[in-house]
Design a protein around this ligand. Structure first.
Ligand SMILES: Cc1cc2nc3c(=O)[nH]c(=O)nc-3n(C[C@H](O)[C@H](O)[C@H](O)COP(=O)(O)O)c2cc1C
Length: 308
């Protein structure tokens, strides 16, 4: 039984990916993280220019997850292409580049720049950037804006390279946003990004992160991710979904697939267990082997039990 998966015409060696921003540049991970053993490594979101990110502290633990307010620190697209992408490719990673910008035109320029290089298997459009055309709210909260950004990226990306729209779980109608993105040319969706949240430090009476607004990730958001995957798969069954949100075990991954995901990406779990990818892949393989049809038998199977 092979665990390779074809997503929008691109073949991935397996269904367990590293989620955006959670594998660093790859270099920080210990050798047992085995980048080549992951189905793909989704990079942190790459921006047009280098960014220092937000003031510390940037991470706060919660009883069942993590709130982060990083502010997309990174070397900008030129630094990424000069230094990080070659290293990832050299180490056997299938690289999906996540991009983030503050306007549709800048997203388009990023896509154009990535088009000029080799070694990228897909582009993921991070639509959760709060500093966007829409003002305060992330683009992912507005179907029209999200579709506009995806259209700009798709037009500027080579035909054989899938464009994945990364959506928010805390939007009112995730199906409407997914539909708009698919209509604008997205070849698949990544569901979900960290959910907007915050922390308060009782000692100081101030927000516990450098910025008041952060993103909640980890086990706390798994039910939200499952619900979003379920809804989008029910409405758009042909649209490939990469699920992220609290996946820590093969059972979590199987649940995401049963709700309709073709693959999963691991975020917060990698921060405490950099080798989680290989373990989750093995656990998922055991569960898939027990199902009729293997991995295909898992995909969306929970829907078949429901009579609406
Ligand atoms: C430290 C950290 C950094 C992240 N950076 C990014 C990023 O650069 N771009 C992005 O689209 N998502 C980013 N995310 C969101 C993750 O990719 C993932 O979608 C989310 O955390 C939910 O998955 P999880 O519960 O497994 O962490 C980040 C999450 C964390 C915890």
């Amino acid at each position: 039984m092979t665990d390779a998966v074809d997503l929008a015409g691109q073949l991935f060696a397996n269904r367990v990916f590293a989620a955006a921003g959670c594998a660093g540049t790859g270099r920080e991970l210990p050798p047992q993280a085995d980048l080549a053993g992951l189905g793909a490594v989704i990079t942190r979101s790459i921006t047009p220019e280098a960014r220092a990110g937000l003031a510390a502290p940037r991470l706060a633990e919660t009883p069942s997850g993590l709130v982060n307010a990083l502010g997309l620190p990174g070397p900008g697209v030129e630094g990424f292409l000069a230094d990080e992408l070659p290293w990832l490719v050299e180490h056997g990673a299938a690289v999906i580049v996540s991009i983030a910008a503050e306007s549709a035109a800048d997203y388009a320029r990023l896509a154009q720049r990535l088009r000029q290089v080799t070694g990228i298997v897909a582009v993921e459009v991070n639509l959760s950037n709060p500093v966007t055309d829409s003002g305060r709210l992330p683009v992912a909260m507005d179907a029209g804006l999200a579709g506009g950004v995806v259209h700009a990226v798709r037009r500027n990306t080579a035909a054989g390279i899938p464009v994945l729209a990364k959506l928010a779980g805390d939007t009112t109608d995730v199906v409407a946003v997914a539909r708009a993105c698919a209509g604008a040319g997205a070849d698949g969706v990544s569901l979900i990004n960290a959910v907007r949240g915050m922390g308060i430090d009782v000692a100081t009476g101030q927000p516990s992160l450098g910025a008041w607004l952060g993103g909640l990730s980890g086990p706390a958001i798994k039910p939200i991710a499952l619900r979003a995957v379920w809804e989008v798969h029910a409405a758009l069954p042909e649209l490939p979904i990469i699920a992220s949100g609290g996946v820590r075990t093969g059972t979590d991954a199987a649940e995401m697939m049963m709700a309709g995901a073709s693959a999963v990406s691991i975020g917060t779990a990698l921060l405490t267990d950099p080798a989680a990818g290989a373990r989750i892949r093995e656990e998922l393989a055991v569960i898939a082997a027990q199902r009729e049809g293997g991995y295909a038998g898992l995909l969306g199977c929970a829907h078949r039990e429901v009579t609406a």
